[in-house]
Each structure stands twice: as C-alpha cells, then as structure tokens.
Design a protein around this ligand. Sequence first.
Ligand SMILES: Cc1ncc(COP(=O)(O)O)c(C=O)c1O
Length: 330
Amino acid sequence: MNEPPRIELARLPTPIDHLQDLSRELGVEIYVKRDDLTGAALTGNKVRKLEYVLAHALEVDADIVLTCGSAQSNHCRATAIAARRSGLDVELFLGGARDASVRGNLFLDLLMGAGIHHLSDEAFEEVDAHMAQRAEELGAQGRDAFVIPEGASTPLGALGYVRCMKEIRNEEDEADVSFDLLVVPVGSGGTLAGLLAGAQRYGFKGRIVGIPVCHDAEFFATKVTTLLEGMRRDHLDDLDPVVPIGTLVDGFVGEGYGHATFAELERIRDLAILTGIILDPVYTNKAFGALLSLVRTGALAPGQRALFLHTGGLFGLFPYGDQMPHLMVP
Ligand SMILES: Cc1ncc(COP(=O)(O)O)c(C=O)c1O
C-alpha cells in the first residue's frame, strides 16, 4: 500500500464488546466494535477518515478547511474539532431548515468557533460549487482553503477504514474468534468502501453488510465502487474494486433520512437499558434494526457471530429529546 501521511486523532484501537444478554435472547453472538469511543467530542467514524484527510490538508499548507453536511452533521462537528486540534480554521456549509435552538452537533460546531453558512435544501444541491466559490474568495484574501467533500468519503478518507479492518483482524486473532457477519450504516459510503478494501487486504472472512440510511442500495453500489476504484488508483494497486452481491441491503431508511419513528426511538431506549450502549437515531439505530432483522430472518446459524460497527453519532440524539419523555419507563 502506498501509505500517505496520517495524523493521530482517534483513540485506537477501539474495543469490541460482547452483548451477552442480547446474544442469549437471540441465540447468536452479538459483538459491537466501539468506534463511538474513538474520542469524547471528537468521536465516531469520521475521526479515522480525518486522520488522513487533515494530514493532507496540512501537507499542502492549508490554513482553513471547508466542509458540508446537515445541521446535525456528525462529520461537520468532527471536522470542526479536528481542525482546531490541528491549528486550522474551519467553515461549515449546513443544509436544510435552520434549527431554532442550538443543540447537539451544532452546539459543538459553534463552540469550536466554526464559521457557518446556512444553505436551503435547494442551494445544498450545489454545495460543492458553493464551497469552491468560498475557497476562491478566501484565496483572494491570501488564505489557503482546503475543501473536504461530504462525509470525508474520498479514497484517501476511506483508508481510515482499511486500517480499522486491520484492527478488527488483530482483535479476531487475539481473542481467537472470527466474525461471520459485519454490519455497518452507510451515509456517504466511505466507511463501507474502506472496510471492503481492508477485508480483501487483511483476509476478513465474514460477510460485510452495509445498510443505507438514505438513497438506496443501487445508489451506494455505484458510489462505493467509484471509491474503491479511486483507492486502487491512488493507494492500493492490487485492490479488486468489487462490491460483492448482497453487500448493500435496502429496507431500513424508514420514514427518511433523519426521521425517527416512535418504535425506532423505543429501540434506542431498550438497547440502552439492556446494555448501556447508546445508538443514534440517524445512522446506527437504523443499521442495528437491520442487524436484528437479518438475525430474525436466519442470516446467521445458531451460535454464529455478528459484529456491529458502532459509528458514533451520540450528539445527534439530543435534538430528539422532545420526543423522549414519552418513552420514559415509569
Ligand atoms: C454516526 C455515523 N454513522 C455512520 C455514518 C455513515 O458513514 P459513511 O458516511 O462513511 O457512509 C455517518 C456519516 O455519514 C455518521 O455520522
């Protein structure tokens, strides 16, 4: 592998927890790879990607980074914090309706002093052009802006999850276990692309399943293939850029990106009570619902092992607080 520069941002390796009570209930073994523990506020899956992407920004002497996402984007929050840790300024392009109150990820964006550009849904469709234009404006003022695409899902960013797969393989060897299934949420595709590339490279034998939380399997099959091709071109010349059939599984977007039904919020509460693990409503809870559904429909034989990649997102839960009192147990 042509190993590009990387800065250390994540607390690694993240642990793998065995959910014993849930495993007993389901008759298969459920483990969780705790990438929600890559840090405190600088946490979740984006941190592994940003280790490579921000190293590149520093290498090309950028002094400010620009990136984009929704108002409650975990990626924007992680980028804002990682930028400050690296001595960089940061501006964020946030799409969708303006939140009336400042909470969750947006609160942390502001705490980091990130410059915020609010875009309507319509304007957000052209967000790359808006960021390019702002980079040009900053350039005219003598600044050096570095633009990070949505989710840091570039071939370079995805390398963070090639490394994660190496970590998982080490953890398998150390514990003398092997996972039959690995389930991960898919929002912009970089995490899944990295895991697929890492599986080829480090010989992960289980089935990898990505659960789209927006768009659909066909959309992400194309996107992940393009990322794998880019990774082969730039970093891993022996990589086969193939997304195996059955990798992307539809049916778990629910009422739409960022929408959480009462039943979905109940599942977050139930898992919290059973295990102390907190899922987020936008990504991990939808993928966890998919894992439960796969188990119920026989994707695993009794006693087989599933690993769920917890990609973080805790701060995205707080804006759902108004709906939670209805879920409190008496
Ligand atoms: C908490 C969380 N999980 C999963 C994802 C999806 O990862 P990816 O964008 O690499 O598909 C994201 C971001 O999109 C996220 O913020």
